[in-house]
Design a protein around this ligand. Structure first.
Ligand code: DAH
Length: 339
């Protein structure tokens, strides 16, 4: 007899169902008026006296187990109903949520802008489709000037006076037309050149232009500003300004930073010299100031321009400029931890 009850307890424990009718049938079978438990309680008087206590314990266990099982299974059904209507099925595994990240060009651009904004530079932008005046002539690069060949240009077919800007120096012109000194501004943006695409150069890339105009601005101010920038950006505190030529600045210089020669990569990227060229700069040519009606006898200033891709390639050791534009997620995902 006792064994039979134990067997029934096992049956109750093993019972599983999500079907309302099945659960009801189970309830009637065990707990109904003519159910197993009623029979067992009726059997009680036939059990030998010394076994009654144990028998009583077991049928109570069976009764509780059957009741709990019915309540539990009904609850599961009720809960599932609630979840489905309100939140969908909450028992399903969660979808993995992919976090996005910024493009390395944006990361570096933001960093450059942030460094200059800490010393009072504003951010300005100009159009990518530009006219000849703002991109060339106004910047002291008249038609037929040989320096125009330094930048192969995409002209618009319908209007040859219009072009895709070859540098962000065009934004200097626009900014000075609409603002009076003192001027401190950086202008990030996309530029275009009709060049063959290779690992080192692309026909579309990005620059940041800087402009500072005020009374008594000197070349020393330029050098100190750039030194501050290279310290913040690269953590390098040695720079040199090499004489160079740009039509819109006089004197002009190319800025090199001392990168060091600690690793094999350092040797490779600096061609064994330890020095790296990172931008062009100079004192704004008085002709340029005249072109925007700023009096060059009263004001002077400096300007500089740098390529964002080049800096990103240095910082993250990216070997091929084309990687920036392919949008291969395996490349882009590497910048997830960078802010
Ligand atoms: N516009 C130049 C280029 O694209 C970079 C540059 C050089 C900008 C000197 C400047 C500057 O403002 O002063 O190569």
């Amino acid at each position: 007899m006792l064994d039979k009850v134990k067997e029934l307890i096992g049956e109750v424990d093993a019972f599983q169902s999500s079907n309302v009718e099945e659960i009801e049938a189970f309830r009637i079978k065990f707990l109904g008026k003519k159910g197993i438990l009623t029979d067992l309680f009726a059997e009680f008087k036939n059990v030998a006296e010394d076994e009654r206590k144990e028998f009583g314990l077991y049928i109570n266990t069976l009764k509780n187990a059957a009741q709990e099982k019915v309540t539990f299974l009904k609850e599961v059904i009720e809960n599932a109903k609630g979840f489905k209507t309100k939140y969908g099925d909450l028992t399903r595994p969660a979808e993995p949520i992919e976090l996005g990240n910024r493009h390395p060009i944006s990361l570096v651009k933001n960093q450059i802008v942030d460094i200059f904004s800490r010393i009072g530079f504003t951010v300005s932008e100009g159009p990518e489709m530009e006219d000849d005046w703002h991109n060339f002539t106004g910047l002291n690069l008249p038609e037929h000037h040989p320096a125009r060949d330094m930048q192969d240009t995409f002209f618009l077919q319908k209007n040859p006076d219009m072009l895709l800007r070859t540098h962000t120096s065009s934004v200097q012109m626009r900014y000075m037309e609409s603002h009076q000194p003192p001027i401190r501004t950086v202008s990030p943006g996309r530029v275009f050149r009709n060049e063959d695409i290779s690992a080192r150069s692309h026909c579309i890339f990005h620059q940041v232009e800087g402009l500072y105009i005020d009374t008594d601005v000197s070349f020393a101010d330029l050098k100190q500003t750039l030194l501050y920038f290279t310290k913040e950006m690269f953590g390098k505190s040695k720079i040199r300004l090499r004489p160079s030529y740009f039509p819109f600045t006089e004197p002009s210089a190319e800025v090199d930073i001392y990168w060091g020669l600690e690793t094999e990569v350092d040797y490779k990227i600096t061609k064994g010299t330890g020095w790296l060229e990172i931008m062009g700069c100079g004192m704004v040519d008085p002709n340029v100031l005249k072109n925007v009606n700023i009096d060059p006898t009263k004001y002077s200033g400096f300007a500089f321009g740098m390529g964002i891709e080049r800096i990103a390639m240095l910082l993250y050791q990216i070997p091929d400029i084309r990687m920036f534009y392919e949008n291969d997620v395996r490349f882009l995902e590497q910048f997830k931890s960078v802010r």
